[in-house]
Design a protein around this ligand. Structure first.
Ligand code: HEM
Length: 503
């Protein structure tokens, strides 16, 4: 004690504090850069020392391009935070999302669960809970059950066409993302609740849809706090959620509850998405709260993603005349009237499918597949220690010339030959690298529905209208990623071309 007092008197308090802080910082830096299990990973030194570069990149909305630049500089395996790595190879993607042992969803998804008693499918982190929910919900998406829903999708499509026709002379053109989102969210609510949100009819997005981007931004903020704050402060994160957001979440839950209970109890209601669940054996059915959370989850997971894909598809088509001509020729020679444009008929059009595949490759609605936690495993030749977070960014993998020739180009023809290859060697493209719907146990449950919607909307729009860009925009460069895309607006000039009877 006396020695400490003497030392304080000799050096002074402030310099001593500074000395202690400097030594602690040096020890921390040494541990992170030299002795940490990820010390051998390439990457910026600052990212190894602090979560701030990763957090800022996410909040600025540039995470997709920042990752692209990091991989171009450092290679396939990059340390992007003290305990998070990005691995941009198709093998890593297959290993992390589809391999064994399983890479579970972890702490990142717990941010989605705040204030929710029973998480639905997307944020579920418990592997058993997820498997039970997934088995119960899968029948909704069986092809025979989706087929039964086509007439509801067609009703939405008729209304969409009517609205596009009414707005064709708008001086700025038609904001295609607005209409695609109104359509996709009306469709998913019609299927889930037996009643649309009415966004198309009202020409205004339902408040739930309008709140969606705010919901994703909130998760981003919570995720940032979890990365920056010490763990003992995490339990206070809930108090960061604004009261207004909590109230709206409650309002949505009540809306969903009322609609679902009404429908589950009323056997006279139309045969639909939810009635498909009656085929599930009693003991495997989900309770009301789980069903409610999942129907809300479908709106969040399905509305924004599908509208992003549609907006991007129209954008690429109007900016690449060769693709536009090839697709309109295919569509307009396949159909003579809108009523022929059915889910079965559009699924037989190869060039339409190539255009959709190419859109999802160049502008994946989820730019990186969700974050997972390593169980301690080798990932494409490099060990990822237990508990380390892993991302496998589609944005980067899909732009790798080792997977796709002319990777930055919208070139639908690449999907014409189904042979697998290795783009880098001038042969066929490595098509399996493109996985816009994810892989393995957590793969998108709504893929078939999304494909059906995209084929119908693109086919019908290009059958009824000639389209061109109304305002100059670079969707790829001017959009940002805040969990989901914050897209630059794409305004289209529509000229009606079909003059015969409607569907
Ligand atoms: C073009 C449209 C779509 C794309 C690109 C897409 C993409 C994805 C991806 C990549 C995942 C996996 C995320 C991860 O691995 O963390 C996913 C999961 C999911 N998607 Fe989609 N999605 C689309 C449309 C839809 C639709 C229409 C629905 C409506 C039902 C939907 C519902 C879901 C759900 C519930 C999950 C979570 C599945 C689970 O964890 O078991 N998606 N989606």
């Amino acid at each position: 004690m006396l020695e400490l007092q003497a030392l304080l008197e000799h050096i002074g308090v402030l310099p001593l504090v500074l000395l202690i802080l400097t030594v602690s910082a040096l020890i921390y830096a040494l541990r992170q850069l030299v002795f940490h299990p990820l010390a051998d990973y390439p990457g910026p030194k600052l990212a190894a020392l602090s979560p701030l570069p990763f957090v800022f990149s996410n909040i600025r909305g540039h995470s997709h391009d920042d990752l692209l630049n990091l991989h171009r500089k450092y290679g396939t395996h990059v340390r992007i935070g003290p305990s998070i790595v990005s691995i941009a190879t198709y093998k890593a993607q297959e290993r992390v999302h589809g391999g064994n042992p399983h890479f579970p969803k972890g702490q990142h998804y717990k941010n989605w669960q705040l204030g929710v008693a029973k998480p639905g499918l997307t944020p579920a982190t418990d592997v058993h809970d997820h498997a039970v929910q997934r088995a119960a919900l899968n029948p909704m998406f069986f092809p025979q059950n989706l087929k039964k829903q086509e007439r509801h999708i067609q009703e939405g499509l008729d209304l969409l066409m009517e609205k596009l026709y009414q707005h064709k002379n708008d001086p700025d053109g038609v904001d295609i993302n607005f209409w695609a989102l109104a359509f996709s969210s009306d469709v998913i609510t019609d299927l889930a609740f037996g009643e649309t949100f009415g966004s198309l009819k009202a020409e205004k997005l339902h408040w739930v849809v309008e709140q969606m981007n705010k919901f994703f931004s909130m998760i981003l903020v919570l995720d940032s706090f979890y990365r920056i704050l010490p763990s003992w402060l995490w339990s206070y994160r809930e108090s960061l959620v604004p009261k207004k957001v909590t109230a709206q979440r409650q309002r949505l839950a009540e809306f969903a509850q009322t609609r679902l209970v009404e429908r589950m109890n009323n056997t006279a209601l139309r045969e639909d998405f939810i009635t498909a669940l009656r085929d599930v054996p009693e003991e495997k059915r989900l309770n009301d709260a789980q069903l409610r959370m999942n129907c809300i989850g479908f709106i969040i997971a399905g509305g924004e993603t599908t509208s992003t894909a549609l907006t991007a598809a129209f954008y690429f088509l109007v900016t690449i005349p060769r693709a536009y001509t090839a697709l309109t020729t295919e569509l307009r020679s396949a159909f003579t009237s809108p009523h022929e444009i059915t889910a079965t008929n559009v699924s037989a059009l190869p060039y339409l499918q190539h255009c959709i595949n190419e859109t999802l490759r160049l502008f994946p609605p989820l730019a990186t597949l969700g974050i997972r936690e390593s169980p301690g495993a080798d990932v494409d030749g490099v060990w990822v220690p237990h508990g380390v977070e892993v991302v496998t960014p589609q944005w980067v993998i899909n732009r790798d010339e080792g997977n796709f020739r002319r990777a930055e180009e919208f070139w639908p023809e690449r999907w014409g030959n189904l042979k697998e290859g290795d783009g880098a060697h001038g042969g066929e493209d490595r098509k399996r690298a493109c996985q816009p719907f994810g892989m393995g146990q957590r793969m998108c449950i709504g893929k078939a529905l999304a494909m059906m919607e995209m084929r119908l909307v693109i086919a019908r729009t290009l059958f009824e209208f000639d389209i061109e860009l109304a305002r100059k925009v670079d969707l790829v460069r001017e959009s940002r990623v805040l969990m989901v895309w914050n897209k630059a607006p794409v305004y289209l000039k529509l000229t009606p071309r079909y003059t015969g009877p409607q569907a």
